[in-house]
Design a protein around this ligand. Structure first.
Ligand code: NAD
Ligand code: MG
Length: 406
């Protein structure tokens, strides 16, 4: 991360690629971009599903490129646009995503694909020295060491979109260089809402449905991250994300359950100061912050009304209720390929839960079994990481099939 060295020239229009534009973060990004046509121009939009929505976005933002999964999706997009594509070129597959991430005309890449699928395009943006707005935490969890060196070696600017990490970024000094000791930073306090099951009796959790798990009390998000919020694996992935972004160890990261989701995270300093960033829970704030950094632009988010909030509550997380959070700390402490194993097993488990193949409480037990079986996974090269990812997925699927057969 190079927060101090970046000076953005707000008089020049920024060309933006939005990876995952049809998702929750993608839509919020376009909402902010649409408010500032004098500052931002959309270069490329990408989506795997919701092709009609992608077509609508193409009509509104007239990008140079759209990227979809395959030739069938491309012809669907063409027909949604009634042949009226103008200058639009449609690319397909992972190579298409990489091409629009590293293209010479692109200044900024919003990395908002969900899951491991976003890793290569996000890495391509870093290697091309772009300004990378990182929402896709799974990419960083999988390839943290590799990704951070790509950012450093290629002079990319990395700006966190995850609300907690964006809050931490705002509470750190502009010259921060991933060396907490040198800046008097003692702890990073990541806040967590506790999700929809914070107060639910543990003995009723076995019967949780996907709809209940996706009904987040404070945030509106995609289905995968919504389930991750319910299990608190989301916070676990964010702990690993914080380790890579800010150079802090597992012992320097504390999770604080804060049900109002108004304080988005905090930084504790050696003199006893704790700096926090507050705001309404709306992703357009961190998105606008990262788009304009170091300037500030209007985001469409309502001003915070402290009197309406009145109370801010804090409590320690219960690791028995949220075993996924503990597994993530375990993976970070174990290091090597374990975070990639955790991430892949979690993606498979969440998908199996959402499609009715496993019950909610099997999510952590499945991940733990896969982590135990793959305790010596390594992560030195990108190929190794992809192999670990693939192996963990195969193993997770096999365990699910075994369970189904029993
Ligand atoms: P989402 O499911 O709403 O959207 C995901 C986007 O990625 C969609 O455009 C989808 O078409 C695309 N996509 C999915 N699989 C793909 C694949 N295999 N190849 C190419 N494209 C694919 O998800 P979201 O909630 O917008 O989250 C996006 C990322 O941002 C996630 O990594 C999530 O953890 C992170 N994030 C989200 C929020 C939030 O409030 N939604 C907050 C913080 C971080
Ligand atoms: Mg978050």
């Amino acid at each position: 991360m190079t927060p101090g060295s970046f000076q953005q020239d707000m008089s020049e229009i920024q060309n933006i690629t939005v990876l995952g534009s049809t998702g929750s973060i993608g839509e919020s990004t376009l909402d902010v971009v649409a408010r500032h046509p004098d500052l931002y121009r959309v270069f490329a939009l990408t989506g795997r599903t919701r092709i009609e929505r992608l077509a609508e976005q193409c009509r509104v933002f007239s990008p140079r490129y759209a990227v979809v999964a395959d030739a069938e999706a491309a012809s669907q997009l063409r027909s949604c646009l009634n042949g009226k594509c103008g200058e639009l070129e449609i690319l397909v597959g992972e190579q298409g995503l990489i091409d629009v991430s590293e293209a010479g005309d692109v200044d900024t890449v919003m990395a908002a694909i969900v899951g491991a699928a976003g890793m290569r395009p996000t890495l391509a943006a870093a290697r091309a020295g772009k300004r990378v707005l990182l929402a896709n935490k799974e990419a960083l969890v999988m390839s943290g060491a590799l990704f951070m060196s790509a950012v450093r070696d290629h002079g990319a600017t990395l700006l966190p979109i995850d609300s907690e990490h964006n809050a931490v970024f705002q509470a750190l000094p502009p010259s921060y260089d991933r060396n907490p000791g040198a800046h008097g930073v003692t702890r990073i306090l990541l806040t967590a809402s506790g999700g929809p099951f914070r107060d639910r009796a543990p003995e009723t959790l076995h019967a949780v449905t996907p709809e209940e798990a996706c009904a987040h009390p404070n945030w509106s998000m995609g289905r995968k991250i919504s389930v991750d919020s319910a299990t608190m694996m989301n916070k676990g992935l964010e702990v690993i994300e914080a380790h890579w972004l800010f150079g802090v160890s597992a012992d320097q990261i504390e999770v604080v359950v804060h049900k109002q989701s108004v304080i988005h995270s905090m930084v504790a300093y050696t003199d006893g100061s704790v700096l926090a960033q507050l705001g309404n829970p709306d992703m357009r704030t961190p998105i606008a912050h990262a788009l304009a950094y170091p300037a500030r632009i209007e985001s469409g988010v309502a001003p915070l009304d402290m009197f309406k909030i009145a109370h801010l509550d804090f409590e320690a997380p219960d690791f028995r209720r949220f075993p996924c959070l503990k597994l993530a700390f375990d993976a970070l402490r174990a290091g090597r390929g374990l975070p990639a194993v955790l991430n892949a097993a979690n993606e498979v488990a969440v998908d199996a839960f959402l499609t009715g193949r496993i019950p909610y409480l099997t999510i952590p037990t499945l991940i733990e079994s896969v982590m135990n079986k793959m305790h010596d996974a390594t992560d030195t090269t990108l190929e190794q990481i992809e192999q670990v990812d693939a192996e963990a997925r195969v193993l997770s699927q096999a365990l699910i099939r075994e369970r189904e057969a029993a």
